[in-house]
Design a binder for this molecule. Structure first.
Ligand code: SF4
Length: 259
């Protein structure tokens, strides 16, 4: 195990990144450029400095070995065992560092840890084939079913993402779809109905988590002096969330929120 990767955070005792108590490892780099990104400091592949004008050392991202990450996630093994938890790889987009990811997943799998991968799905299908057998649960983002809108709001079309979703579900992988509810972008009646219909056509996609708009990203945009393209989005009322949830229930799809 000699491969090295670049991470920008390790969060212990995470409870929204898969079942039980987990450690979430955030890998640098993402091929998307979502307007609402909640981790803009994770998009660039290399370590980078944010907020230089504060005079503090703000370098975000560090190079680590597979062993170092494995050692770190093993620290809380006892909690994983007690809670049915494990380790989650997130980002950025972890698939951007496929070799490193594969090696860490292999080490975790050898230890019998439950593994989850939080992915936007935009990576070569052959890369997903490399790690499909090492991941117990895919937390798989579905954002927009209209490919032109997908390109507008994330920088890339959605074909590859949907193809990979078909590949993984056909492969028998367990998938929890996740839909960020971005006001007036992803939460429109048209998009919600299209996502629900897409899932209804695939018997392996039976659960989705609706993720309320995370304002954390906007605070970071301000703090890091990045352009904020979201403006002032309206708040989603509980009644509206209830209605969106109903679109999935009607098609036999279980809905969770916030994780
Ligand atoms: S996929 Fe996630 S990390 Fe990448 S730009 Fe979108 S929100 Fe940010």
């Amino acid at each position: 195990m000699t491969r090295r990767g670049i991470i920008f955070n390790i969060k212990r005792y995470a409870i929204h990144d898969g079942p039980g108590i987990r450690t979430t490892v955030f890998l640098k780099g993402c091929p998307l450029d979502c307007w609402w990104c909640h981790n803009p400091e994770g998009r660039n592949t290399d370590p980078e400095c944010f907020g230089q004008d504060t005079g503090r050392d703000c370098l975000i991202g560090r190079e680590v070995s597979v062993e170092a990450v494995f050692h770190e996630v093993c620290r809380d093994s006892v909690f994983y065992d007690q809670s049915g938890g494990g380790v989650t790889f997130s980002g950025g987009e972890p698939m951007m560092q496929i070799g490193f990811l594969e090696d860490v997943l292999t080490a975790c799998r050898r230890e019998g840890m439950h593994t989850a991968l939080d992915t936007c799905g935009y990576a070569p299908t052959e890369d997903f084939a490399r790690i499909a057998g090492l991941v117990d649960l895919f937390l798989y983002d579905i954002k927009l079913m209209d490919s032109d809108l997908h390109r507008k709001y994330t920088g890339v079309p959605n074909h590859l993402i949907l193809e990979n979703l078909h590949y993984l579900s056909g492969n028998g992988n367990r998938i929890l779809a996740r839909l960020p509810l971005i006001p007036e972008v992803t939460d429109t009646d048209e998009n919600i109905a299209a996502v629900a219909e897409f899932m209804a056509q695939n018997k392996a996609l039976r659960e989705i988590s609706l993720l309320p708009f995370n304002t954390l990203g906007r605070d970071k945009f301000r703090r890091f002096h990045l352009p904020d393209r979201m403006g002032t989005p309206r708040e989603l009322s509980p009644e509206r969330i209830e209605r969106l949830t109903e679109s999935f229930h009607q098609r036999g799809i279980a809905v969770g929120t916030g994780g």
